[in-house]
Design a protein around this ligand. Sequence first.
Ligand code: B1M
Length: 211
Amino acid sequence: MSILTDISENLQRGKAKVVKELVQQAIDEGLPVEQILNEGLLSGMSVIGEKFKNNEVFVPEVLIAARAMNMGAQLLKPLMAEAGVKAAGKVCIGTVKGDLHDIGKNLVKMMMEGKGLEVIDLGTDVAPETYVQTAKEQNCQIICCSALLTTTMPMMQEVVHQAEEAGIRDSVKIMVGGAPVTQAFCDQIGADVYTADAASAADAAVALCKA
Ligand code: B1M
């Protein structure tokens, strides 16, 4: 078995310590950083994403796999900067104002990072102007809004509105999700993409960044 397959499989099993050791070994053997990232870490996280989408694994497995990915990614980060490896895109994410639920938002973030996107995490209770200001200042291609309360869903419409007001609506896509959010709501508020789960959100974000 190649070391990259080994990294991918141990990541899927959530073996953070082993993944870290294998990534270090791959670096020491002189494998290109981009290859370790794509064919080792991201490939493993991709499998977890698909299994999560198909209900073959659940939140705890995703969280431990993501922890293993982060341990490996920590070693690669400084080398990636040196080698000039570019992220697949840049997004900012947060749970909307008034809403403190962050488990789903964190899963979306992890899945997006697992697809090679740079994710700016704004946390919870995020004001519409914070999303818009961040997207503007950091050149994000996508604003991602999560909401778990029916009472906070209207904040998503405010994000769309403020992005329009700030003149960035043509250059920034807005993705929405969270248990009470639906495709109909997404259409109604003029957001761009709704997805029901974290893995689909990551796939959609990559597609938007490529487009
Ligand atoms: Co809250 N809560 N909660 N809660 N809570 C719910 C959401 C609720 C449905 C429970 C209920 O009454 N049955 C209800 C909302 C009812 C409604 O609005 N219709 C509710 C309520 C009422 C409240 C409080 C108001 C309770 C109170 O204080 N009276 C309060 C609100 C606080 C606030 O936010 N201001 C509150 C507080 C809390 C806790 C702090 C205790 C805790 C949150 C802890 C935390 O997040 N750190 C909590 C929890 C845990 C829940 C439940 C039990 C679980 C939510 C969760 O994490 N699900 C929830 C009931 C339930 O769902 N059974 C409930 C797992 C998570 C992985 O799913 O976030 O949907 P989810 O994410 C999914 C997808 O939706 C999607 O990807 C994820 C995985 O694939 N997704 C996206 C999420 N964001 C996305 C973004 C995307 C795309 C996909 O694109 C950008």
